[in-house]
Design a protein around this ligand. Structure first.
Ligand code: SAH
Ligand code: SF4
Length: 348
């Protein structure tokens, strides 16, 4: 049984059933597991009197961590390539802030959404990650790199709503105060706009969770040309779903818009985008200059065109900012995950 897939309460429950031991033992075990990679359960004083249960715990509960097979840093951004137990590789990006870090986690190996501008999309879906494999990415950053992970964004490889159950369970584990303690308001789930997935998420009624939607276009025609998934999920359906999405006071929907030269960057697009956004609950729009893919002709617009687009949205009263993508030179920026390493099976 992998500790990374359980909340403390779930662990306590199993522990009680399996060993007849109480919450106290379980909780101190759980806390210790999440605090230190080299933690030895035998060292816990509560097991001093019961070597049998100590042995059982050591053999039955694992918190095996993925192996770091590559680590690159540039501009302070670190990209980790992590080999999973089957040798598949996922990428996790650590973006430093003033005195903490944002961890960008992957939810799948590859992605089946096939967005044309995205490196991961070119891989297709290889497999879903388990909740434990998602949580382990954050654990690695905290414990192995020693960096305080304060925010988690599901903006690495994969479409989180295409791996719904594992992602939901991972969020439950991440927010456990006896473990990694990352509250929902510091977790952002970014989706290409899967309407049923957003509806299922809404049904959980987690109003503090931050939802980001990768819009990337102001109308269905352009959107479909960039994101095949837009053929099944129109912007009207998306709008309707977002209008009823539960949100705590002060929470905003994030809209992501990758700016691509000659595709979605002219003033008419900006005007249409503003109209769309105005019909939504409070939104914040992030404009992201398209990062080049290894094999596609999409490019970012000129600085002048990006400024014009940005300014047009400001004039229309939209809360918008231009996001500088860090880590582009280590292929660690948005949409660049899934290069050589992720596709292959890890070197062991
Ligand atoms: N599948 C989810 C989350 C992972 S993608 C989603 O699509 O939202 C994370 C973000 O990277 C998305 O906002 C996506 O639009 C952006 N992205 C993808 N390719 C990009 C590229 N070439 N340049 C800049 N951003 C890109
Ligand atoms: Fe998948 Fe997101 Fe990339 Fe689209 S942008 S292919 S949904 S990872």
């Amino acid at each position: 049984m992998n500790l990374f897939e359980l909340t403390c309460n779930q662990f306590t429950e199993r522990f009680r059933k399996q060993y007849g031991k109480g919450a106290c033992h379980a909780e101190s075990l759980y806390r210790s597991f999440y605090a230190d990679v080299g933690f030895d359960p035998a060292s816990l004083p509560c097991f001093a009197a019961s070597p049998q249960s100590r042995q059982a715990v050591v053999t039955q509960f694992s918190h095996r961590v993925p192996e770091v097979i590559d680590r690159q840093s540039r501009d302070g951004v670190t990209k980790l390539a992590l080999a999973l137990s089957d040798g598949r590789v996922v990428e996790t990006v650590v973006i430093p802030m003033a005195n903490h870090a944002t961890v960008c986690v992957s939810s799948q190996v590859g992605c089946r959404m096939g967005c044309r501008f995205c490196e991961t999309g070119g891989m297709g879906l290889i497999r879903n990650l388990t909740a434990a494999e998602i949580v382990a990415q954050v654990f690695m950053v905290k414990v192995v790199l020693g960096i305080v992970a304060r925010n988690v964004v599901f903006m690495g490889m994969g479409e989180p709503l295409d791996n719904f159950d594992a992602v939901v369970q991972a969020i439950r584990v991440l927010e456990d105060q006896r473990g990694l303690n990352i509250a929902k308001r510091r977790i952002t789930l970014s989706t290409a706009g899967l309407v049923e997935g957003i509806r299922s998420l809404a049904a959980l009624d987690w109003p503090h969770l931050k939802l980001a939607v990768s819009l990337n276009a102001a109308d269905d025609v352009v959107r479909r040309s960039l994101m095949p998934v837009a053929g099944r999920h129109t912007m009207a359906a998306l709008k309707q779903e977002l209008q009823t999405f539960p949100m705590a006071r002060g929470n905003v929907l994030l809209m992501e818009y990758v700016l691509i030269k000659g595709v979605n960057d002219d003033p008419a697009h900006a005007a249409r985008l503003a109209l769309f956004l105005k019909e939504l609950p409070p939104v914040r729009l992030n404009l992201i200059p398209c990062n080049p893919r290894s094999s596609a002709s999409y490019a970012p617009p000129s600085a002048t065109d990006m400024d014009r687009f940005h300014q047009r949205l400001i004039n229309d009263g939209i809360f918008v900012r231009m996001r500088k993508s860090k880590g582009a030179d280590i292929q660690g920026a948005c949409g660049q995950l899934g290069g050589r390493q992720a596709k292959g099976v890890g070197k062991r």
